[in-house]
Structure formats: C-alpha cells, structure tokens
Design a protein around this ligand. Structure first.
Ligand SMILES: *[C@@H]1O[C@H](CO)[C@@H](O)[C@H](O)[C@H]1NC(C)=O
Ligand SMILES: *[C@@H]1O[C@H](CO)[C@@H](O)[C@H](O)[C@H]1NC(C)=O
Ligand SMILES: *[C@@H]1O[C@H](CO)[C@@H](O)[C@H](O)[C@H]1NC(C)=O
Ligand SMILES: *[C@@H]1O[C@H](CO)[C@@H](O)[C@H](O)[C@H]1NC(C)=O
Ligand SMILES: *[C@@H]1O[C@H](CO)[C@@H](O)[C@H](O)[C@H]1NC(C)=O
Ligand SMILES: *[C@@H]1O[C@H](CO)[C@@H](O)[C@H](O)[C@H]1NC(C)=O
Length: 383
C-alpha cells in the first residue's frame, strides 16, 4: 500500500485521475511471478521483510511498462520564446581545469553553436568577488557568486564544472518556465534535489534565494551536513513551506545530528515529506522530476543517452573508465569546435533508443522510490 502511494505522490504532475486509478487499481496488478532480479541481497532479510519486498517488487516490475509510458507522456515545458541566456560555471582556481576539460570544452562548443554566453568564473582570481562572497565553504560560496552573475542575463543556467553536453540539439529555452524565477530538478539515483545545476531568472527572488543558501555558512550545524547539497533541502522547506514549523524542527534535528550519508539521506527524505507532492510554487520555484530536466547523472545508463538527454553530470577525467566512458568519437575536436554539431558525434552504440533508456530508468525509479519510503520510516526512530 505504501509503495503504491509513493508513486502516486511522485508522478502526480499532469495526468488525469482516471489514468492513475487505472495504473494503481490493485485488481489490475499482474501477479505473474517476474523473472529473478537481484534487488536486495536476500540473505540479509528476515522472512517477513523478504515477503514484503517480493510483493512490492512484483507489483512494480509488472507496472514498469505503464510507468514508462506515463513518463514518456510527460514532456518538458517546451517554451519556444528566446531569451538572453548565460551558462555559468564557477570554480575556485585553475587547479581543476584538467579534470573538467571534456565537460568544459563541450559546454563552450555548445554555447558557441547555440549562441549562448558562456561565463566561466575563477573566484580566487577576482578580488571583487572574494570581497562580496567571503564564505569559507567553497561549495556555498559559489551560490553567492551566482546570485551576482544571474543579473547579467535574462536566465542563467548554473552548472557544476563536471557537467557536459552529451546532446547539443537541445536548447535551454525548452526548460524555462516564466511563472517561476528558479527551476531545480530531482536527482535520479536518490530523492535529493540536485544542487549541481539550476536555472535562475534575473530576479530579486532568485538572488535572495541563492544568498540565503550561501549564507547557511553562518548557521552551519556541527554535523555531517553535506554542504550546499544537503543544506539546499533546508532552504527549500524554509522557503516553500514556512508554515511547517514542527516538521521543520524534526528535519533540523536529523540535520544537526547527522554523522554520515545515511543520516543525511534520512534528513533529505524528511524534507521531501514536508514539500509533499507539490512541484510548482508560482513566483518562487519549480522542481522537475527524475530524468525530466536538462541534466542527469550519465552513469545511471552507463553513459548511454537518447534523444531526450541533453547534459550529463559526472565528467571528471580522473573518473574516466570508472564512473563514465568517453562517449565521443573524436574528443579532441571539442576544444576546436570546428565541425559544428558533428563535433559531438558519439561512438557506435552510445546513442540508444528512448525506449531502451526509459526501460533502465523505470527500473531504477522504482528502486529509489521504495528506498525513499524506507528512509521516511527511519524518521520515527528519533521521535
Ligand atoms: C478496478 O478494476 C476493477 C476490475 O477490473 C474494475 O471493475 C474497476 O472499475 C477498476 N477501478 C478503477 C477505478 O479503474
Ligand atoms: C505479467 O508479468 C510477467 C512477468 O513479469 C510478464 O512476462 C507478462 O508478460 C505480464 N503479463 C501482462 C499481461 O502484462
Ligand atoms: C530463480 O531463482 C531460483 C532460486 O535461486 C532458482 O531455483 C531458479 O532457477 C531461478 N530462475 C531463473 C529463471 O533464473
Ligand atoms: C500517453 O499518451 C497517449 C496518447 O495521448 C495516451 O493514449 C495514453 O493513455 C497515455 N498514457 C499514459 C500512461 O498517460
Ligand atoms: C547563431 O547565430 C548565427 C549568427 O548570427 C546564426 O547564423 C545561427 O543561425 C544562430 N544559431 C542558432 C542555433 O540560433
Ligand atoms: C540545530 O543547530 C543550529 C545551529 O547550531 C541551532 O541553531 C538549532 O537550534 C538546532 N536545532 C535543533 C532542532 O536541534
């Protein structure tokens, strides 16, 4: 029952109630035993846990084709207006240039092909920036810098330095929605809101939000808080659910006592409970669902991509061959960028069909949602 509810919560964006009733009508569940899958190590589970897990897996696996169809039906915003758009990458200094080379080259080439402005900021080289953003936490400091840079364009796409372009055919406008000044998205492999990339409109609210985020520096808990990534979640519930005072206290307690990623994930699950199923706060923020935004972790699909993909996260040269594989046939062309869109030609087999990619995503989606609710359950431990 819980498991069924989870999905309802998370994909309740823009389909009709009737579709959902159909999707979640227990009597339509395919009870045929699915082929063996190793979801969890069965040796670690007691008999009771095992039967529950098997039940939920059976249901989700058999509904995967429906979830997939649903996911494919929900397209991105498809804005067709044009804007003055900047792509913003912020690093401390040149020490990391080599590690991020492929990602950086791909962004610069992409920006040139699509007529966007590339802003590559080295904070330590800019005395004015250091003065304006004296934050000690280098991750938080970036968002203070971003709060200034977003004033240079109508919209700014902030990206981590290890985010690169896998498919240059997309335009940033597709993801812009003028009803909000900020657009974030869910990471795929867990339930956190990605801190590594966002779209920000040149607006008072976006600057205010980014400064609030950076200024967490001045009220940091003495715990394993995950810097900008973890703390974003506290800012989100403060900004979007200011009335949830008691719930926020519960989340804050987990944040303050966090000692590991496991604790941090429970804290993040707590904040997701506070935000609920809402994804659109007009005038403030929009939160795009898993795999529905402009960027995702490339390793989810072993660096394979499909027509829906645009940017991939995780391109550090030091992790090449491990976390990701070189997708491009001629990676040296990226820096020259003299072959137009053909610069981005990928090796055979790297471009997959939408169907194949969604198949992989659907299975992971189900695993993550189950795990989220298991983490929500852990919140009860500290009441
Ligand atoms: C659920 O399934 C049963 C049996 O197929 C059907 O009679 C009922 O109308 C369905 N309910 C909904 C809400 O679709
Ligand atoms: C039911 O599930 C089994 C195992 O996953 C699958 O082989 C079969 O095609 C499914 N049947 C329907 C009607 O979806
Ligand atoms: C599924 O696992 C069981 C128990 O390990 C095994 O006996 C059976 O042959 C497996 N079935 C398939 C289709 O792999
Ligand atoms: C997806 O869209 C098609 C065509 O509009 C529709 O027939 C189908 O029912 C939709 N599926 C879901 C799961 O929303
Ligand atoms: C970019 O600008 C050039 C020169 O103004 C123009 O020829 C080209 O069509 C533009 N490209 C896009 C994708 O808008
Ligand atoms: C968490 O820590 C912060 C900063 O140290 C403190 O101000 C706050 O009162 C603490 N909250 C809870 C619920 O423990």
């Amino acid at each position: 029952m819980l498991a069924t509810l989870t999905l309802l919560l998370y994909i309740s964006q823009s389909t009709s109630i009737a579709d959902f009733a159909k999707l979640f009508n227990d009597s339509t569940v395919n009870t045929t035993k699915p082929a063996n899958r190793s979801v969890v190590s069965t040796t670690q589970l007691t008999t009771t846990q095992l039967s529950t897990t098997q039940l939920s897996t059976t249901r989700f696996v058999s509904q995967c084709s429906l979830i997939k169809e649903f996911r494919l039906n929900v397209s991105s915003h498809q804005n067709t207006k044009t804007y003055n758009i900047g792509i913003l990458v912020i690093v401390d200094n040149h020490n990391t240039d080599k590690d991020y080379k492929i990602a950086t080259d791909s962004l610069i080439c992409y920006a040139r092909l699509q007529n966007y402005t590339m802003e590559h900021v080295y904070i330590d080289e800019n005395a004015d920036l250091i003065k304006m953003c004296p934050h000690k936490d280098k991750m938080l400091r970036r968002h203070c810098v971003a709060a200034h840079y977003i004033k240079k364009h109508d919209w700014t796409l902030f990206v981590d330095a290890d985010i690169g372009v896998i498919n240059p055919n997309h335009r940033i406008e597709e993801y812009i929605d003028d009803t909000v000044p900020l657009i974030f998205y869910d990471r795929f492999y867990n339930w956190e809101v990605a801190a590594g990339s966002y779209l920000a409109k040149n607006s008072e609210y976006a600057s205010y939000f980014l400064n609030e985020w950076a200024n967490f520096e001045y009220r940091l808990p003495n715990s394993f808080h995950g810097t900008d990534n973890g703390l974003l979640h506290m800012i989100l519930i403060e900004q979007l659910a200011p009335f949830a005072v008691i719930e926020r206290g519960i989340c804050q307690r987990w944040l303050n006592n966090s000692k590991s990623y496991d604790d941090l994930f429970v804290f993040q699950a707590c904040t997701r409970m506070v935000l609920g199923a809402n994804r659109h706060w007009p005038g403030k923020l929009k939160l795009l669902g898993k795999g529905k935004a402009w960027s995702r972790d490339g390793w989810i699909t072993g660096t394979k991509y499909c027509a829906h993909d645009f940017l991939f996260h995780g391109w550090k040269l030091s992790k090449l061959g491990g976390e990701w594989h070189m997708p491009f046939a001629n990676p040296d062309d990226l820096a020259k960028c003299d072959k137009g869109f053909a610069t981005f030609t990928t090796k055979p087999g790297v471009l997959a069909s939408v169907d194949e990619i969604e198949d992989i995503m659907c299975r992971k989606y189900v695993d993550v949602e189950r795990n989220l609710f298991q983490n929500v359950g852990r919140l009860g431990q500290k009441f």
